[in-house]
Design a protein around this ligand. Structure first.
Ligand SMILES: NC(=O)c1ccc[n+]([C@@H]2O[C@H](COP(=O)([O-])OP(=O)(O)OC[C@H]3O[C@@H](n4cnc5c(N)ncnc54)[C@H](OP(=O)(O)O)[C@@H]3O)[C@@H](O)[C@H]2O)c1
Length: 290
């Protein structure tokens, strides 16, 4: 009989974490899946992070914990690096004490968005904002400290459990007749359930290196917002395209950060469905809470 694996998910109460823990429990019923979040482990603290991981002795760590508020990071650079870069380092050091395999999540925001075509895993990073720089530093730590780590870069996540763009557009549509949405950033909205299934497959295949994982096809936030309203049957709410400059958020975002996911298809046979299909599925399952 296959020996049981012990898989530790750090950041288990986040938007992706909740779906991922459920997916891993159903995909790997014989394995022990442990979910920790900030109550169980504060990854900013090196000593306690290393000790807790060493004591659990997981075979695989899926590290999702992060400071994910992109504008918050811009205003609090110290906290962004303490969690997204140093926190990653502490988890990697913990993994090294027990030889655990490390899988970590990174972001399209490590790219500057100037390429004009989908980003490959080996394209050079040039983050435009603090969040992107802190996640990029985290990637460097994991590459330095862990042999055969797996880095999964993804983008524009939404899911059942988190604050996200879909829920925010539906809430605003109940409150206003006109919504202004940015039309000069292009990406691929990605459903946390689809991403969770891809992560389970990459664990199963013992994948290493860097993989880009996102739903296929792309759009702007404006097009995305219009699609959310259309698929939800909401009429009478006007969506107005605006520029990022008009919105003036603290953090600059890349103009075009679509991820090329051909490597995933080539190496595992998996291609995530088009984002519109995934969105339809999400809206029909969870429209009551959005
Ligand atoms: N969301 C996206 O669109 C997106 C895009 C690309 C990549 N990613 C990456 O995907 C991963 C998961 O994203 P997500 O959207 O699911 O994030 P999320 O919902 O913000 O979840 C992150 C979790 O980490 C926890 N956390 C924060 N600081 C911590 C600390 N010091 N120690 C331990 N836990 C801590 C958070 O707790 P609190 O909520 O209490 O702070 C939260 O439960 C992240 O690594 C993120 O960078 C996300």
């Amino acid at each position: 009989m296959e020996p049981m694996r012990r898989i530790l998910v750090i950041g288990a109460k986040g938007m992706l974490g909740r779906d991922l823990v459920e997916t891993l429990r159903s995909s790997f019923p014989k394995d022990e899946i442990t979910g920790w979040d900030v109550e169980e482990i504060d990854i900013q603290e090196e000593r306690s992070t290393v000790t807790r991981i060493r004591n659990l002795e997981p075979g695989v760590i899926v590290h999702l914990a992060a400071y994910t508020d992109v504008d918050g990071c811009e205003l609090n650079e110290k906290k962004a690096f303490a969690i997204n870069a140093e926190g990653m380092k502490h988890v990697a050091l913990g993994a090294a004490t027990c030889g655990a395999k490390v899988i970590t999540l990174s972001t399209d925001y490590i790219f500057d968005g100037k390429k004009g075509s989908p980003y490959l895993e080996e394209d050079p990073a040039n983050p435009l904002n603090v969040y992107g720089r802190s996640k990029w530093k985290g990637e460097q730590y994991v590459k330095e400290l862990v042999k055969d780590a797996l880095i999964i870069r993804t983008q524009w996540l939404y899911g059942k459990y988190g604050k996200n763009f879909v829920a925010s557009i539906l809430r605003q549509a109940r409150e206003k007749d006109v919504l202004s949405v940015v039309n000069d950033q292009v990406g691929s909205p990605t459903y946390t359930l689809d991403l969770s299934q891809a992560i389970a497959l990459l664990i199963e295949r013992d994948a290493r290196g860097i993989f880009h994982v996102a739903n296929s096809d792309s759009c702007t936030w404006y097009h995305y917002a219009r699609t959310i309203l259309k698929l939800s049957g909401i009429e009478g709410v006007k969506v107005v395209p605006i520029s990022s400059k008009e919105l003036a958020y603290p953090a600059v975002r890349p103009a075009y950060s679509v991820l090329d996911t051909k490597k995933l298809k080539r190496e595992t046979g998996l291609a995530l469905r088009p984002w519109v299909e995934a969105l339809k599925d999400y809206l029909s399952s969870y429209s009551e809470r959005a």
